[in-house]
Design a protein around this ligand. Structure first.
Ligand code: GLN
Length: 285
């Protein structure tokens, strides 16, 4: 594997049973950019550029890992979300583009509807992508975040440092909230586990074999369990006229709206993601 063109050829061959052609091209580009420091433009424009032996070896290592189905973000240990860098590892979900849409909705709403310096909490923060992006764009807000996983909290803490923001993280299980907690928040936001075991059958093994199950799955019997617990937490801990933002399972849009309606939330609005699927909710208490 001497040149950039050789890398593309080798990746295409090695990954043809795992990914579609376009996906292989972008994975190869990402891998080359990471290991050589070349820009995407340079990679495209100069296929005959030669690589060092060390670069070639590292790219072969990446190819070998990719062919096990491991997501590139875990192999490289990082990704980008809402224009910001995030460290990722198998203890946190890889941030998704639909979650960027939720963050965008929240940031725009908070700018106009909520006073600066209000307190926000992100429930089930994982890599910290929601909490950190909000704090980065709205630095006057106070942002807290919780997660059941200690390793997720460690990763999120590193990500806050990497992005030079202050977020207060704590390890906590929203299904067993501390009874003594008395804090009030102006905004609650969450992308909780919502994939049912029925949905799981249709998911790619890239996700099911590598990403943390406690961040993804819920039982078919009670798919809205996290929404119910978070809504009840909100009833106790959200200020009057405070806002609740959720990422949701596309198959349970109306059910999630009904759940919030029955619990007394108002101005409930359901939004689709860029793929046209019911994906997020905003409500007021
Ligand atoms: N959107 C993610 C997926 O489809 C699931 C995220 C979640 O369960 N909160 O993999």
């Amino acid at each position: 594997m001497k040149t950039i063109r050789d890398v593309f050829d080798r990746f295409k061959l090695g990954l043809k049973d795992h990914y579609e052609v376009n996906e292989i091209t972008s994975l190869t580009q990402l891998a080359i950019a990471e290991k050589t420091g070349f820009s995407n433009a340079k990679i495209k424009a100069f296929p005959e550029l030669e690589l060092s032996e060390n670069e070639s070896t590292k790219l072969i290592d990446i190819l070998n890992e990719l062919s096990t189905g491991k997501p590139i973000q875990y192999i490289l240990g990082k990704t980008e979300f809402y224009g910001l860098p995030f460290l990722v590892n198998p203890s946190v979900l890889i941030p998704r583009p639909e979650t960027e849409e939720l963050v965008d909705w929240a940031i725009n709403s908070l700018k106009t509807e909520i006073n600066n310096s209000a307190h926000i909490i992100d429930i089930g923060t994982g890599s910290g992508c929601i909490a950190i992006s909000i704090k980065k764009h709205l630095p006057d807000f106070k942002v807290s975040a919780i997660d059941i996983s200690a390793t997720a909290i460690q990763t999120a803490t590193k990500n806050a440092k990497l992005n030079q923001v202050e977020v207060e993280f704590s390890e906590e299980d929203i299904l067993n909230p501390k009874a003594t907690k008395t804090k009030k928040y102006k905004v609650i936001i969450s992308n909780p586990p919502y994939v049912t075991l029925l949905d799981k059958r249709q998911m790619h093994t890239n996700v099911t074999d590598f990403e943390p199950h406690n961040a993804l799955f819920v039982s078919d019997d009670d798919p809205l369990i996290f929404y119910r617990f978070i809504a009840k937490f909100a009833i106790k801990h959200l200020d009057q006229n405070g806002l609740l933002f959720f990422e949701i399972n596309e198959s349970y849009g109306q059910e999630t709206v009904n759940l919030l309606d029955e619990l007394g939330f108002k101005e409930i609005s359901l939004r689709k993601d860029l793929s046209g699927k019911d994906r997020m909710l905003k409500a007021m208490l």
